[in-house]
Design a binder for this molecule. Structure first.
Ligand SMILES: C[S@@+](CC[C@H](N)C(=O)[O-])C[C@H]1O[C@@H](n2cnc3c(N)ncnc32)[C@H](O)[C@@H]1O
Length: 238
């Protein structure tokens, strides 16, 4: 199945069958307090308070959880603004024993300040529905130690993948676009080959393109018509 639609997350998710999603990944607005703008689109990313963001997000997570298979997984992509709140929220909604990993996506650009350590990572919280049954295929990455030089090793919970710079070929001009390499690693690790990936804030469609290239089924939505246009164009290219 390949399906992408312009829709509000909470409306779209109600059209999914219960227990049908293998991997639920979401990269929601981070509550940066400003509009996110690029050449190919823009969206508002501002809530009055962190509590208001958590309430908005929690309502949508609650509506999405029943749609995930017993063998399925949840990946929530956020940053320092809300990761602590999302961890507590998911512990409450799914149970502390469903927590699998706190992944760090470490990137190179941005985040510097003379008043603190430079902020150079996002947080991806990995939960499962059933700790005994969830799918996981460890991604392999090049080893860095001298002893294992030239070999592959299992990826750790710190993912070193460069963010998209202004010259990157895959950049489509949609703000906050994530690298395809990151999404391919996550989809390959957490969704079986015949599985369904769901991304309800798909933006430029990175998750859906990763799923397509890896032969997985996908469903996605975004409330922003500009995002849907960009994502459809990317998906048409393969
Ligand atoms: C951080 S961006 C996603 C970027 C995407 N991962 C990519 O690689 O391009 C968040 C997206 O959520 C969308 N969004 C915000 N609120 C939404 C809602 N209530 N329902 C659906 N989409 C929403 C925005 O339009 C935006 O495209």
């Amino acid at each position: 199945m390949q399906d992408i639609e312009q829709s509000e997350w909470i409306d779209h998710v109600q059209r999914l069958g219960d227990g049908t999603v293998d991997l639920f990944y979401v990269d929601p607005p981070f509550n940066t307090g400003k509009a996110q703008a690029g050449d190919a689109g823009s969206y508002m990313d501002s809530w009055a308070t962190t509590d208001a963001w958590v309430e908005w997000f929690g309502d949508r997570i609650k509506a999405t959880i029943p749609k995930i298979k017993q063998t399925g997984s949840v990946l929530i992509h956020v940053d320092w603004r809300t990761s602590h709140r999302v961890r507590v929220l998911l512990d409450e909604l799914l149970g502390e024993d469903r927590f699998v990993n706190h992944l760090i996506w470490r990137y190179g650009l941005g985040g510097s300040s003379p008043r603190r350590f430079a902020r150079k990572h996002d947080d991806i919280l990995f939960y499962c529905i059933d700790p005994k049954r969830y799918y996981f295929e460890p991604p392999m990455v090049p080893a860095t130690s001298n002893r294992m030089k030239g070999q592959l090793k299992k990826a750790t919970d710190v993912l070193d993948i460069p963010t998209l710079n202004n010259m990157a070929d895959e950049r489509v001009g949609y703000p906050t676009q994530k690298p395809l390499a990151l999404l391919k690693m996550l989809v390959g690790a957490c969704c079986p080959e015949d599985g369904l990936v769901y991304d309800p804030c798909c933006g430029s469609g990175t998750t859906l393109v990763a799923a397509k290239q890896l032969g997985r089924s996908f469903r996605g939505c975004d409330q922003n018509p500009q995002a849907i246009k960009v994502a459809q164009d990317r998906l048409a290219l393969g």
